[in-house]
Design a protein around this ligand. Structure first.
Ligand code: BDR
Ligand code: CA
Length: 304
């Protein structure tokens, strides 16, 4: 079992990724850390707790950043994609379980220091918590086993601007710091996540299980798919961004990677752009291809 810290900005595809990870015997999720992103951090924490409650799992949740690394940057909450509540307006209860005391970056530092070379971090929101952890305790960089990041668009256009993917543009300075830090990173960007589609009829299969958690996920994913219909007319489904990062953490053979250095544009029209170069340093693994069908089968066997 891989011990994992899972950094989220929960979010509909984050919720699917949580269920997939928690139903995967290869992963031991030590804790969730939350960040602003799809919603403000208090909502991201509440949503993470709500998903855990629906899944009937009790895993520590540590709240993290509600501000960009360089304070005062404009935040953009994509309500048209994830709804007012971040879960497609499906949240009709306040979770009874509570977040743990302490802060996300400190939890990351403590865990990595207490289990050197063992911890995998899966990050599917803005990279602020990891950047804060690096700034506070740079020595953790040599002690992390692996970091799998959903973010960026290296060889393809962005999904927020023609250049930028949502997680990266939400905090470009944090993303630049993390991606150029020397951490052992695998970058799961739009290059591959936009090749992994979940189509609408699968939601009927989820509902047919009769499980409350399946209905919860199906209802929010239905909202997400309607939003996708605007950006991808005729698709009849949605991309599995955050679930693919979990898939790669479980089995890296789902993707093909290329070694590149990746820097992030932080200012101007191209802010949030991830620029990959094959000859730069430090290099990270950038996913450039995915075996979509095999990944989708794996995801569907586990998510519900
Ligand atoms: C990423 O942005 C967020 O809206 C999703 O949860 C995912 O992490 C996709 O660009
Ligand atoms: Ca996310």
């Amino acid at each position: 079992m891989k011990p994992v810290i899972f950094d989220v900005d929960t979010g509909i595809d984050d919720a699917m990724a949580m269920a997939y990870a928690l139903n995967s015997p290869e992963l031991e999720v030590l804790g969730f850390t939350t960040c602003f992103g799809n919603v403000p951090v208090v909502d991201s924490t509440r949503n993470t707790l709500a998903v855990l409650e629906k899944l009937n799992r009790r895993i520590p949740v540590y709240e993290g950043a509600d501000q960009t690394l360089v304070r005062g940057r404009k935040k953009r909450y994509p309500k048209h994609v994830h709804g007012e509540d971040g879960l497609g307006n499906t949240l009709r209860f306040e979770p009874t379980i509570k977040a743990s005391q302490g802060n996300a970056a400190d939890f990351i530092i403590d865990q990595v220091q207490s289990r050197p070379h063992e911890i995998t971090i899966i990050a599917v929101g803005p990279l602020t918590n990891i950047a804060l952890a690096i700034n506070k305790a740079p020595m953790i960089m040599s002690l992390v086993k692996e970091v799998v990041i959903m973010g960026g668009a290296v060889n393809v256009p962005g999904n927020v601007t023609p250049y930028a993917e949502a997680n990266i543009i939400s905090d470009p300075e944090a993303a630049h710091l993390v991606l150029t830090s020397g951490l052992p990173i695998t970058l799961v960007g739009l290059d591959v996540t936009l090749q992994t589609y979940l189509l609408k009829p699968k939601l009927d299969d989820w509902r047919a299980t009769g499980k409350e958690s399946a209905e919860f996920l199906a209802e929010m994913t239905d909202y997400y798919m309607k939003a996708y219909e605007n950006s991808h007319p005729g698709l009849g489904g949605c991309a599995l961004h955050d679930p693919l990062a979990v898939g790669v953490a479980i089995d890296s053979s789902f993707v093909r990677t290329e070694w590149m250095s990746v820097k992030v544009v932080t200012e101007g029209e191209e802010a949030g752009r991830t620029i990959g170069q094959k000859d730069g340093e430090p290099r990270i693994r950038v996913c450039t291809n995915v075996e979509s069908e095999r990944f989708l089968k794996h995801f569907l066997e586990r998510v519900i």
